[in-house]
Design a protein around this ligand. Structure first.
Ligand SMILES: [Zn+2]
Length: 324
């Protein structure tokens, strides 16, 4: 690490971005009561980076649930009937306003993945650059049609193509094309995925190790996480895990990832993750980070739907304008 970049940290702020209700049998196993349901948040995060030049760059990681759920397409609306109680209120825009920011203050929106409960309303951010993991665009345009559950429906017109960067596949090394990125973010479309500590595939967003995009395969093609350094002495990171898993008990090893039979197609086994095996590998990696087993410094892992984390963070004032 170059000495002049060693002090680079970011601030990370939780944003309320709606809530939904998860039937637990689709997520965790074993269960004592298969009818158990849990209302959980769909968290978003604001990340603020100040460059040595003084340039301030603001990223948002995920946009949560749409404030008007009736604006999802018909297939998604049908699916979310199983997720009520559900609300997109307050949404990311209202949560930013808590700290006197508006969508025009946001330079870049990064999606952990393109499931409906993470994509909010991109049209609220008319100036922002969007970044998605590799495989996301094929899901959106329908060329990669998944058939492992009713949660996998997408909208082809979700993102503005002239402001969207799809990352290159981690196994492909150096990326090439794509649009010029916003000031303050170097041209990550030309970046190689590189190992960082125990993480095999990361991209250093600001070239100062303050924010790393992390390939986190398993949940959905293009699923990415974010590792943010929030303090140097002592070294402290926040790891935004998206939907790597939906329940902290899976991260701790108390529970496993559920599967179920598709009621419309007898014999078809469904899972909330596209690749259960890859998900297990990703979860293991995250668990190792959190347990400091690799001398990585202290890492706080935050999952998008962790209601217990969110309740405590609310009490501790970690939602914007508070920070993690
Ligand atoms: Zn989700």
């Amino acid at each position: 690490m170059a000495a002049e970049t060693a002090s680079s940290v970011v601030t990370v702020h939780a944003l309320n971005a709606g809530h939904l209700t998860l039937p637990e049998r689709f997520f965790v196993t074993p269960l004592i009561n298969p009818e158990e349901r849990q209302t959980v948040p769909s968290l978003s995060f604001l990340i603020q980076h100040r460059a040595p030049s003084g340039t301030l760059t603001r990223l948002i990681f995920d946009l949560g649930i749409r404030r008007r759920p009736q604006q999802y397409n018909a297939k998604i609306r049908k699916h979310i009937e199983s997720r009520y109680p559900l609300s997109g209120n307050p949404d990311v825009v209202a949560s930013l306003a808590q700290g006197n920011l508006t969508p025009s203050d946001i330079d870049c929106v990064i999606f952990s993945h393109v499931h409906w409960d993470h994509v909010g309303m991109p049209c609220d951010f008319p100036q922002a650059q969007f970044i998605v993991g590799h495989g996301s665009m094929a899901l959106l345009d329908g060329s990669d049609a998944l058939n492992n559950g009713s949660h996998n429906h997408f909208e082809s017109d979700l993102l503005p193509l002239n402001r969207t960067l799809e990352l290159r596949p981690p196994d492909e090394g150096i990326g090439t094309h794509q649009k010029a990125l916003i000031p303050g973010i170097r041209c990550i479309s030309n970046s190689s995925w590189k190992p960082f500590g125990p993480l095999p595939h990361t991209i250093d967003v600001f070239s100062d190790e303050s924010v790393l995009l992390v390939d986190a395969p398993g949940h959905l093609p293009g699923h990415i996480n974010l590792l943010c350094r929030v303090s140097l002495e002592p070294t402290r990171y926040v790891y935004l895990g998206g939907d790597a898993c939906h329940d902290r008990r899976i991260l701790t090893g108390e529970k496993d990832i559920a599967q179920w039979s598709d009621p419309d197609f007898p014999g078809r086994i469904c899972c909330i993750h596209t690749g259960r095996g890859k998900s297990r590998e990703t979860i293991k990696r995250i668990r190792n980070l959190e347990q400091e087993s690799l001398g990585f410094g202290k890492v706080e892992v935050v999952l998008a739907h962790d209601v217990h984390w969110a309740d405590k963070a609310t009490r501790d004032g970690r939602f914007f304008p508070g920070c993690l």
